[in-house]
Write a protein that binds this ligand. Structure first.
Ligand code: 3PG
Length: 403
């Protein structure tokens, strides 16, 4: 377990405490509502443990240009319900309204800043020393007495709010970070091969990075692909004619080709997929020659069966990102089928990301999984043995601020 300070190690009573959480939550593409609240419930555990502080909650939400790039008003309302107390939402990050809001806080009160990614710097990665010099940190540092880092799902991003305060303010780990690291340490003690990784979802560049790291660290015996990353690899094999360029995915086709070429035994691709037809109904088709106008929203049943067999035969199996758009009626079969296989696998099982965690709760198989993490990309990198900037920041802070 990395050496870091926790809430008990830092004087937080009566202090203005910046709590960097990750309550980045899936947003329903049509209604704009937050689809689930797992990360909010986890964040509330840390906030409840700061009953006599002036708590300033900060998180990012979505990515620029995506439909989930929204303000934090809805998050503040849900967090207030969970905490059973007022959470004041300020439509500002480091301007006058934010500063005034912080200075007005009394002990025990909680406020929430707006989406931290509404500031340019939070969308970039910085070296630790440079992060402390950003406008973000410079404008806010005089308004905080301490920082609690609890954004484990963002642990792989060296943005100012993650790495910028550790050398400037007493900084400790929140409950989510501590709990995740404890569980992962336990997992590392019992893990064994073969290592099966089940990757879905839409963050394609992150998935490629994860695949590289897993293979380099001998953690990628089998990689089962679905979601948009699955389509990318199908495209690399000439089996999908659609356009992938939502977020620069098209550029990654040559990389996918190369991976398939270099590691032909590693990758499993969908055999069949479910597409949306008239009236929003599900239709299953072979995953070969997929037409450009097909709206592919899930993996098909034969793929579910094939992947389920591989999951059940794994020594350690890690699943990140939903295989399909399970928020749409009729397209949750892939997600549910693979999660059920995870639940009945005899191997060590790790499921990551808010989407999948919510689905596990719905299916009532949460208890059968060895570790359910709120993190997605950060966890893949941690499992692949990479150093995470948030953990580095906490380790530096432990050396600097130990009292
Ligand atoms: C996540 O959901 O993985 C984290 O919130 C990080 O989000 P990001 O990949 O947009 O940085």
């Amino acid at each position: 377990m990395p050496r870091m300070l926790t809430i008990e190690d830092v004087e937080l009573e009566g202090k203005r405490v910046f709590v960097r959480v990750d309550i980045n939550t899936p947003v329903h593409p049509e209604t704009g509502e937050l689809i689930e609240q797992t990360r909010l419930e986890e964040a509330a555990i840390t906030i409840r443990d700061l009953p006599k502080s002036k708590v300033v909650v900060g998180s990012h939400q979505g990515r620029i240009g995506r439909p989930d790039y929204i303000g934090m008003e809805k998050h503040a309302a849900i967090l207030a319900q969970i905490l059973g107390k007022k959470v004041e939402y300020i439509q500002d990050v480091y301007g006058p309204a934010a500063k005034e809001g912080i200075e007005k806080l009394r002990n025990g009160q909680v406020m929430m800043l707006d989406n931290l990614r509404f500031t340019a710097e939070e969308n970039q990665e910085f070296k630790p020393g440079d992060a402390g010099k950003t406008i973000f940190v410079q404008r806010l540092k005089g308004h905080f007495d301490a920082c609690v880092l609890d954004a484990f799902p963002t642990a792989h991003r060296s943005s100012p709010s993650i790495v910028g305060f550790a050398d400037i303010l007493p900084t400790c780990a929140g409950r989510v970070v501590a709990k995740e690291l404890r569980s992962l340490e336990r997992i590392f003690a019992i893990e064994k091969g073969p290592y099966v990784t089940v990757l879905g979802g839409a963050k394609v560049a992150d998935r490629i990075e994860a695949i590289d790291a897993l293979i380099a660290n001998n953690r990628g015996d089998k990689v089962l692909l679905s979601g948009i990353v699955g389509l990318l690899f199908l495209k690399a094999l000439g089996r999908y004619y659609g356009d992938l360029d939502v977020d620069g995915e098209q550029k990654l086709v040559p990389r996918a080709k190369q991976l398939l070429n270099d590691y032909p035994e590693t990758f499993e691709l969908p055999i069949d997929v479910a597409i949306k037809v008239d009236g929003g109904r599900r239709r299953e088709v072979e995953a070969s020659g997929l037409a450009a106008d097909y709206e592919v929203l899930d993996i098909g049943r034969r793929t579910v069966d094939h992947y389920s067999r591989l999951i059940k035969g794994a020594g350690t199996v890690f699943m990140s990102g939903p295989p399909g758009a399970f928020e749409y009626d009729g397209f949750s079969e892939g997600t549910e089928g693979l999660l059920r296989a995870m639940g009945s696998s005899m191997g060590t099982t790790i499921v990551s990301g808010g989407h999948l965690s919510a689905a596990l709760h719905k299916l009532k198989i949460h208890e059968s999984i060895d570790h359910v993490s709120t993190a997605g990309g950060a966890l893949v990198q941690y499992l692949a043995g990479k150093r995470l900037p948030l953990i580095d920041a906490l380790e530096r802070a432990a050396v600097r601020w130990e009292q």
